[in-house]
Structures are given as structure tokens and as C-alpha cells.
Design a protein around this ligand. Sequence first.
Ligand SMILES: [Fe+2]
Length: 157
Amino acid sequence: MSSSDTVYEIKQLAGSSGIGVEEAVQNAIDRARTPEGTLRWFEVVGARGYIEKGKVSYWQVEVKIGIHPGAEEEKRDAGPAKGEKKPDPEKKEKSEEAGEAKAGNGGKYRCKVCGYIYDPSKGDTDNGVDPGTPFKDLPDDWKCPECGAAKDMFEKV
Ligand SMILES: [Fe+2]
């Protein structure tokens, strides 16, 4: 074995975009959530689209992303992983007060692109959305945490 043998960790993600394949790939990379500097390459595994009224409305591109493990380990040694916010149990009451949560389904919305379910009682803490945030109160630029689809690609469950 030579010292140039590098082992990569491979993450497979699906990114989506209303503009095109390239932006969908970039969205997937943005969502890979690995420490900066560890991403090395990507490979398009597959691409598909979503058709609305006979027109291409969304591209969904599945990519494999190669992550250089060395750089990541350095960060890991720096201390316990932070940023994993545990949902605050006190905020649970807030979601019950929110009118939408009374709809019987908990005000959940499903991503039409990848099937991700937004659950207001859980929020999207990875992206700064507190538990108890109704779907309609999500910022307009909020995107599906799984595939990067925009808010208007969600439907009520
Ligand atoms: Fe999605």
C-alpha cells in the first residue's frame, strides 16, 4: 500500500432544484452537512424530474459525495459534537396552541419530491426552526432538509 491510498466516506443524497441539474447537485452538496473542507468529489447517480401541468417543475438529482475522512476526524477530536439541539419539552405546549396542530394530523406537510414529512412539533432544529413552528410560519426561503425542495413543493398530509 502506498501512502496515496485515500479512503473516502461516501454519502448519497438527492438534491432538487427548479432551475436545473447543476443547482440540484449544489443543493445536495450544501445539505451534506459535513465539516467544511472535507468534501472532495461528487458523482451523479441518477436524475429525475417532477412534472406539473406538463412542464418540468423540479429536477431531482441523486449524487454520491466523497468525503475525505481525515479532515473530519480532526474536527471530531476537538470535542463533543455541538449543534445537536434537543427539542425543548416546554415548547411542546406551544405547538398544541397553534391552530394548525389541531387538524388531526398535527399540521404535518409532506415534500412531494422526496417524501420528507415536516412535523411542526419537531420543527427543523438543524436549520434553526424551533419545535412548535407551524408549516405556514416557516421562512419563505426554508427548504426541505432532505432534498432542498422549496416550500411550495410541500402538500398537507
Ligand atoms: Fe424533499
